[in-house]
Design a protein around this ligand. Structure first.
Ligand SMILES: Cc1cc2nc3c(=O)[nH]c(=O)nc-3n(C[C@H](O)[C@H](O)[C@H](O)COP(=O)(O)O)c2cc1C
Length: 235
């Protein structure tokens, strides 16, 4: 149990650059895929495929795809930010504001205007040298029974994420989830490039590789008594 808890604590979003000259070994990819395959999924639907991309030419082409900043992302992101490590520790949820440009941090800002003024950014900024990208593809043809909006299907994809992330952590690999890959425009470009069929949607992408520096940001969680209730809510 202690080993498992240590691994759970150590798993983190590895947002630093990765060594582009150090590929992820095939046995490591196999183990991560094995961990994914044993994730619990609603009705054991296994409603996902994994598309691993480690061909440098393909990664370069993906890196050239251009993205725009979404005002919805900016607005909702600003609500999760804390100005200082102390404020973040006190709040116990969200992320530190310094991860984002100053203009993105004011929750009352005009985010339509800010987004419109942001430059178009290539995905290479998100990939940061990653030698491998795992696309987790949601199979929309597989629906969890009696689950409105297939919410149980989406929960299942989260279980897949956690299994892969813990496996990567235990192998000494950095992993960062990149939600930007599930935007309509990026998905369309990736579909053209990589040839996955229409019923498969990008749920999320994971950049994977060996970090070139240790992570040094503050990670927080709520204290257990802020969310665990005993026998009756509020106790
Ligand atoms: C569904 C989902 C989407 C996420 N999208 C991103 C993302 O696009 N970029 C990113 O850096 N982290 C992303 N994250 C990571 C979270 O921000 C991170 O897990 C959280 O801040 C806690 O930090 P930790 O992973 O270091 O414990 C995502 C996590 C989940 C579960």
């Amino acid at each position: 149990m202690q080993n498992l808890l240590d691994l759970i604590h150590e798993r983190h979003s590895a947002r630093m650059p990765y060594d582009s000259r150090r590929p992820v070994p095939q046995p490591a990819l196999d183990q991560i895929a094995e961990a994914a395959s044993w994730a619990p999924t609603a009705h054991n639907m296994q409603n996902f495929d994994i598309l691993a991309v480690d061909d440098p030419n393909a990664l370069q082409a993906i890196g050239a795809i251009e993205t725009r900043t979404s005002p919805v992302f900016l607005r909702e992101n600003a609500r999760q930010l804390s100005a200082s490590p102390e404020a973040l520790r006190k709040r116990g949820t969200g992320v530190i504001a310094s991860m984002f440009p100053p203009a993105w941090r004011d929750p009352d800002a005009d985010f339509e205007a800010i987004a419109a003024a942001e430059p178009v950014v290539p995905l290479s900024h998100s990939l940061q040298g990653a030698p491998c990208l795992l696309l987790v593809l949601y199979d929309a043809d597989k629906r969890a029974p009696a689950s409105e909006g297939d919410v149980l299907g989406f929960i299942s994809l989260g279980c897949v994420m956690q299994n892969m992330w813990l496996a990567a952590q235990s192998l000494g690999l950095g992993l960062q989830i990149l939600s930007v890959f599930s935007s309509d425009t990026v998905e369309a470009a990736m579909r053209r490039m990589l040839g996955f069929p229409a019923h498969l949607k990008i749920a999320y992408a994971c950049r994977l590789g060996y970090p070139v520096e240790p992570h040094d940001y503050v990670r927080v969680r709520r204290p257990r008594d802020a969310f665990v209730h005993h026998n009756r809510y509020g106790r």
